[in-house]
Design a protein around this ligand. Sequence first.
Ligand code: KE4
Length: 421
Amino acid sequence: MALRTRSELYRRALELIPGGVNSPVRAMRAVGLDEPFFVERGEGAYLYDVEGNRYLDWVLSWGPLIFGHADPETIEAVREAAQRGTTFGVTTEAEVELAAEVADAVPSIEKVRLVSSGTEAAMSALRLARGYTKRDRILKFAGCYHGHADALLASAGSGLATLAIPSTPGVPSAVTADTIVCRYNDVDAVAEAVMRYGEGLAAIIVEPVAGNMGVVPPADGFLEVLRKLCDASGALLIFDEVITGFRIARGGAQERFGITPDLTVLGKIVGGGLPLAAFGGRAEVMDQLAPIGPVYQAGTLSGNPLATAAGLSVLRRLRDEAVYDELERKGARLEAGLSQLGRVQRVGAMLTLFMTDRVVSNFDDAQACDTERYAAQFRHLLERGIYVAPSQFEAMFVSLAHTDEDIDRTVEAAGELGRDG
Ligand code: KE4
């Protein structure tokens, strides 16, 4: 007999999958749910669970779905590709076309390597930076999350921050011994760190707009200082644009803020909702990668034909500038409505309602927010069929499928709780 209620499904899931989920944040523990809902399907801006409930979705699978769930053009592109085969392990034309789309859109990218997840892309970009510079040290920022590669799991944001897990067991201290962690937006701290470690510094990796401590924009001059410090020390500047890429502008944060990194990490939107991510940069750096260079990196399903079909279907439509005007307009409408309830921080079509009256400039500020009040708002909205990020340390994502009515209904429902929750 088919399992139909979330309780039955979750009980079975717990028997087979750690925590019943394939990614920790999906357990929705940080917002006080005993069990997560189980999705049966998505359509446009909506999710439908196995019990027949409908939810207006502001998470959109954590960012990829700029055209919403089950976007017809994406589905048709994947269907058509699937009928010709699902994977070949040999290069296809679509990989070259997707590489061309990415290089055309992202200012810093001359060459790009496709992989299967943001973690893999960030991990590979770091290895490339270390191989290119022949240095070992890397510098990241507390509250920024770059996937779960060992060297980067030091004061990570996202799932770790939400679950308050200290720096992860299972990562040898030797591996993070070369990872320096600074406070986001703290230019003095970064300058001091580069002064001290500059000789051995391979890279500074940063979310140019942080999305994994909630949305924290770069302070004026922050990204420029990182660029200058990298130029002065010979380290590479890596922009992790897994969230911001194709979201806050077609060319991501580097287009919006006019700062050119040496390497860029992409994910989410670039794969159109399928498992595809990428990293790219100047040819001189990227050509250090095997098979033409000595830095090894590989992947059975890299550039998978279904994923490249989905990515191409989405990226080609993002050439239309009207898309970003519409995302900006909708983001601003949602921000204006929610700002009565707390501190809203937004860049383009990504935003967070922080339960505080103060500016949130770094992870310490984010952690000082009233996460209990956030959890109460999450549950209040979920009861009304509105699904926002199940964590204060994540973002709301606006898509082209969201309507003004969706926005206004969300603002009205959230307003019922008021500022005091
Ligand atoms: P994935 O390995 O999850 O595809 O990408 C890792 C990653 C890298 N860089 C940034 C800036 C990211 O935000 C992410 C992943 N984002 C989280 C949520 N913020 C994914 C959700 C999850 O872990 O389930």
